[in-house]
Design a protein around this ligand. Structure first.
Ligand code: KG4
Ligand code: ZN
Length: 335
């Protein structure tokens, strides 16, 4: 059978990205142009600035991806874009570009769910992962615990009822003056801190697999305000470490609860927060007791990229799950 080449585009947040995938999981090029530095001084992504920058960067990024892959537009079998969730201005940039390419080359257009992309990043890195599996998808916008029977069918066991895990990292980082993006900043500060220093609350939503981080956020803020009122000097490293451990414990507790209930072959992490070393090592330690291996994508596939979008797109291609040119961006698209 013939090889399938897909050009995939992603700009749902603050990375402008294009990738060329061969038969889904083989990544021929994965170009990511990050805007992190541009948004740093604002302490977060400014949507309007992000979309203007995506517009400016997308064509060079596409050219570079095709050049690195050694592929011409004419060789492409399909073009894919994230269709949601994300910032609407950013989503529109790649979706409009993908529609144009689809129309000009007369090749199918594929709209991909960004969260599915984060999950499939795992299969690019580790195609041998055995199913059924449990997947913890943790990003700036999502905290989902999923059960995968196979690659196409999954069940959502739990999700956050308020803030996403990454959002909690970002908000607390900003609050502690550690900057943006919050996850890496907190992790770095935590390395020099004592995670047992402050016993922050771990939300327990009973029998459900749902998560909650807003109580923890409030607890950290109250703690800091109290200490400041008493004139005590804040130990930022200890606070970062204690907060991080509270998030890690909450995420791990629900995952382990699911591991005991579901008979799975593997456990995978996905999304930006999966880059957190403390989280990885703690879950790994806990899974050893169950003889389960933990998989997570390498850093460049953990954070936003287009190769993960191309991987999902390939499976949609096989199922002829194409999008009409009228498809619109959906900022709150669900899995
Ligand atoms: O998946 P992602 O790149 O973008 C989306 O939200 O879709 O995730 C970004 C999130 C941010 O909230 C960032 O603070 C968090 O992932 N993050 C981390 C780490 N690296 C990135 N959180 C904890 N520890 C990290 N090392
Ligand atoms: Zn993402």
């Amino acid at each position: 059978s013939e090889d399938i080449y897909i050009l995939a585009l992603e700009s749902s947040c603050d990375e402008t990205a294009a990738a060329v995938n061969k038969n889904g999981l083989k990544v021929l090029a994965n170009v990511v142009s990050s805007q992190v530095d541009l948004h740093k001084k604002f302490g977060g992504v400014v949507p309007e600035i992000a979309s203007r920058k995506h517009l400016e960067l997308l064509l060079p990024v596409i050219d570079q991806a095709l050049a690195e892959a050694g592929i011409d537009f004419e060789d492409l079998d399909a073009v894919a874009s994230t269709s949601g969730p994300g910032l609407v201005g950013g989503l529109l940039v790649t979706l409009t570009a993908a529609k144009t390419i689809s129309l000009a080359l007369n090749i199918p257009l594929i709209g991909v769910n960004h969260i599915a992309g984060h999950i499939y990043a795992n299969f690019i890195a580790n195609p041998e992962i055995k199913k059924p599996l449990l997947c913890l998808t943790i990003s700036g916008g999502h905290t989902d615990l999923l059960y995968f029977e196979d690659l196409r069918g999954y069940k959502i066991l739990g999700r956050t009822v308020d803030d996403a895990a990454g959002e909690a990292f970002d908000k607390i980082s900003r609050f502690l003056g550690l900057g943006y993006p919050g996850g890496p900043a907190i992790e770095k500060a935590a390395r020099a801190g004592n995670e047992m220093a402050v016993d922050f609350p771990r939300a327990d939503l009973g029998d459900s697999y749902n998560f909650s981080f807003s109580g923890l956020k409030t607890a950290v803020m109250n703690y800091v305000n109290n200490e400041e009122q008493r004139g005590n000097e804040l130990k930022i490293n200890d606070l970062a470490a204690s907060f991080q451990k509270a998030v890690v414990d909450s995420l791990t507790a629900n995952l382990l609860q699911a591991v005991e209930k579901y008979d799975v072959e593997s456990v995978v992490l996905s999304g930006g927060v999966a880059a957190n070393q403390r989280l990885r090592s703690y879950i790994e330690e806990k899974l050893e007791e169950h003889n389960l291996k933990l998989y997570y994508p390498p850093l460049e596939l953990c954070t936003d990229n287009a190769a993960m979008i191309g991987a999902v797109a390939y499976y949609q291609y096989l199922e002829r799950d194409f999008a009409p040119l009228s498809i619109s961006a959906d900022p709150s698209l669900k899995l």
